[in-house]
Design a binder for this molecule. Structure first.
Ligand SMILES: [Fe+2]
Length: 336
């Protein structure tokens, strides 16, 4: 019988892959905003060190759990899918795939090249999938009313697998030596699935795994978030929103996490009326369906929390990186 041995969740912001000395170079490109205080270089160094320590903890927990396979919930930001066809939920069921370990573009620091990073053995890696488990999820989820799109190969091999699936492994499994099943959740482009549907999706995934005859130790990762509105000129962090998400991690209340997320996004924010900002909220589709943008990736935490439903989680750290700005969250649920 397959067994879920560990559930984790973490942010995957590009700032986590820059040196902290570069943070304020990026920050300097945005005008000062009342909701986005300036951070000193010393603050940035400390915050970066906390984020790295949190990743170390997640890496250690993952190693100790000794999983045979990792399922990652992540979102595609026009890396594999585009508006010719954009799924709400999809799964990669192929034998392997390739992708950038961290940043696909050479730099986000103003003035540096936005060209594709060269594909070297330091930057580009092949990752094994797990077709057996992926196919079992497809069939098992189908009979539980979740009909997923599936991929046997990558539509966009030039880009490679998207950031949400690749970047966290750079820290929590740097050898990339474990099969990974990417599960795509549309977080960025309206209409996204509701958080309640994401919660139920996570619960259904747990059911399928626990009913599986495969002899597998399964770990799960929710990748993205927490609060961030990348691209918006007056970006900020809603620390209270993130703290409520993390409180639900601690109490094991995945359903409450989903209810709160849907309630907070029930009405478009005032910025949605501003055409220049609307695309950072609905991804440019013109269809508002709840919190979008970077914060929309909190859905990946909600799916993970749904898998761990009822188990109390541990928040390793929460670091509001105002230089980005992004609320960096790191958590795990011990399923033993
Ligand atoms: Fe992302």
């Amino acid at each position: 019988m397959a067994k879920i041995v560990l559930v984790e969740a973490c942010s995957h912001s590009p700032f986590l892959f820059l040196q902290p000395e570069q943070w304020n170079e990026v920050r300097a490109a945005r005008p000062p905003a009342p909701r986005n205080p300036a951070m000193s270089e010393e603050d940035n160094l400390l915050q970066h060190a906390r984020c790295m320590a949190a990743f170390e903890e997640l890496e250690k927990r993952l190693t100790d759990a000794a999983p045979d396979v990792l399922i990652v919930f992540g979102d595609d930001q026009s890396e594999q899918f585009d508006f010719n066809n954009f799924p709400s939920f999809a799964i990669y069921a192929g034998a392997e795939y390739e992708g950038y370990r961290t940043l696909a573009r050479q730099g986000i620091v103003p003035g540096t090249s936005r060209e594709w990073a060269p594909k070297t053995k330091e930057s580009w890696v092949t990752v094994k999938g797990h077709p057996e488990l992926a196919k079992e999820l497809l069939v098992g989820l189908g009979v539980r009313d979740f009909d997923l799109s599936f991929m046997m190969d990558l539509p966009n091999k030039e880009h490679g697998m998207g950031h949400a699936f690749m970047r966290p492994l750079h820290y929590i499994r740097p050898a990339f030596d474990i099969p990974v099943v990417p599960v795509f959740v549309n977080c960025y482009y309206g209409p996204q699935p509701t958080a309640m549907r994401c919660y139920n999706f996570g619960r259904a995934i747990r059911e399928v795994i626990e009913a599986s005859p495969l002899d597998l130790r399964v770990a799960v990762l929710g990748s993205g978030g927490l609060w961030h509105t990348p691209g918006m000129p007056d970006s900020w962090i809603d620390e209270a929103f993130d703290e409520a998400t993390l409180a639900a991690v601690r109490s094991g209340d995945a359903k409450g996490m989903a209810e709160r997320f849907d309630a907070a996004g029930a009405e478009p924010p005032p910025e949605y009326a501003d055409g220049a900002k609307a695309r950072w909220i609905d991804g440019g589709t013109g269809m508002y369906a709840g919190i979008g943008g970077g914060t929309g990736e909190t859905r990946n935490w909600i799916v993970a929390a749904g898998v761990a439903d009822g188990h109390r989680g541990t928040v390793v750290d929460y670091v509001p990186v105002y230089a980005s700005p992004c609320g960096m969250g790191f958590a795990y649920w011990d399923m033993g």
